[in-house]
Design a protein around this ligand. Sequence first.
Ligand code: A3P
Ligand code: MG
Ligand code: MG
Ligand code: MG
Length: 345
Amino acid sequence: MAPMGIRLSPLGIGLFCLLGLGVLYHVYSGFLTWRFSSFLLGERAGDTVDLRELLAVAVRAAELGGVEVKAVRESNKLNENLKSKTREGADEKMTRGDLLSNRKMANLIKNSFPGVQVNSEEHLGEDDKEEIYWDRVIPSEIKEIVKNPKLVSSDSITIWIDPLDATQEYTENLINYVTTMVCVAVNGKPVIGVIHKPFTGYTAWAMVDGGSNTKRRASYNEKTPTIIVSRSHSGAVKEVTLQTFGNQTKIISAGGSGYKVLSLLDVTGNEQETADVYIHKTYIKKWDICAGNAILSALGGHMTTLKGDDIIYTGSDGNEGGLLASIAMDHNSLVERLSSKISSK
Ligand SMILES: Nc1ncnc2c1ncn2[C@@H]1O[C@H](COP(=O)(O)O)[C@@H](OP(=O)(O)O)[C@H]1O
Ligand SMILES: [Mg+2]
Ligand SMILES: [Mg+2]
Ligand SMILES: [Mg+2]
């Protein structure tokens, strides 16, 4: 008999310890898995990263950012302010939705892959840092489509984040145009694209030579295409489009570069208009277009400057040459049709 009247059986002690270990494992497993695989995979500059993991974290980041975007819009406290002016003199707005989404997206990606270059539209200050990590679980939907890991050097990677695309429309409560986007470029080529619609919950993703959860439509009108263009940064795009494709050409004005790329795909049932070609005439930033470019490339489509040049997603954040995006069409012939009209505008 023990002094306090409690008999300590070795079996009981063993079971108690096992239970305790189980609880500790449950609480810390995500963190430990992350630490351990960081150690194994290595995310310091010059080491390798798995593109399939980057795809999974990009999807997670776009979804988490989307939660913030939606919550701020629903709170009606946008704290809208003027960030700057575009070259054409339009207001470049920023809201609490842009900032909070950026905070989630940029922290998640930077913390989980500290060795890769991340360029985000919004600034992440010291006070904005958050200890959030990806749990390193690749969703089964991704594993079923992208069967194998794809290792590349982390030095070759540039990630582009747009925490809220179509801010102008967001402030006008035209929420269907709004997306969050992540793009992974390898040696400047857009290879992974994620476009998420926070207000419908739809996410399109694709990896070049890897697979995609979205597809092209069954048919496109190449002869008299429906053209989708910007509603708030249009420049002379309508004029040029009508001169190129004729006065009967249907032009859709829509907000958001992510939204306009989705309009070229088979995403019916997600509150999407559909179009055949996306044209943008003014200056635009790489975080606005990289994800769409990657998705189109993965599906066999094209996004180029208006002159047909590839856009390189390293270095400066601006794209000077406008934008022409198409899929399942003779892209070169579109470039030729446009080029004579562009040079005179
Ligand atoms: N001339 C320009 N200068 C700077 N950004 C531009 C631009 N034209 C378009 N953009 C950006 O490209 C995105 C899509 O624009 P649009 O809706 O006009 O097609 C928007 O991104 P953000 O909302 O992320 O800032 C917008 O700010
Ligand atoms: Mg944008
Ligand atoms: Mg933005
Ligand atoms: Mg912006």
